[in-house]
Write a protein that binds this ligand. Structure first.
Ligand code: FES
Length: 160
């Protein structure tokens, strides 16, 4: 003779709480895994961009990389730096103005030299930069590391 088992209200609540707890643990595990995984793939903002060969960028040039949100600047002396396009005032995207040879923010009029130095406030500090890596004549920019500066200087520039 089989005996059917009745599920009491207490049993049901135990099962429901157990299931809810297991679900919460799974979600927490997913969040931890996402946090521990690499930030961004190569070629995505937050990752490394391989932008080209040294000779692709003539001295005195400013080249935008919109996917990376940066400009690759090659100064007249041949040095490279990568500038974050985000204005250090309130964060607007700062376009390069070829005519004036400056970065000019459309929001409140801050202006920056090609190396990111502030020419006109209200921007409180130079444009942030990203590390530039040059290996075997290939230029790479690491957008995973934003470098804030109080002033510009020779340490900002990488030479091939
Ligand atoms: S956000 Fe660029 S000047 Fe204000």
């Amino acid at each position: 003779m089989s005996e059917s088992k009745k599920i009491t209200r207490r049993d049901f609540l135990k099962i429901a709480w157990g299931a809810a707890g297991a679900l919460a643990l799974l979600e927490a595990g997913g969040i931890v895994l996402k946090f521990l995984s690499p930030k961004a793939a190569e070629g995505e903002f937050g990752g490394v961009f391989t932008v080209g060969n040294v000779e692709d960028f003539p001295p005195g040039s400013v080249t935008p990389f919109n996917a990376g949100r940066f400009y690759l600047v090659r100064l007249a002396d041949g040095g490279f730096l990568a500038l974050y396009r985000k204005c250090t005032h309130l964060g607007c995207a700062v376009p390069w103005d070829q005519t004036s040879g400056r970065f000019v923010c459309p929001c409140h009029g801050s202006e920056f030299e090609p190396d990111g130095m502030v020419l006109n406030p209200p921007a409180p500090r130079p444009l942030d930069r990203f590390p530039v890596i040059i290996e075997d004549g290939v230029v790479k920019v690491d957008t995973g590391t934003i470098i804030q500066r109080d002033r510009t200087g020779p340490d900002d520039i990488v030479y091939p």
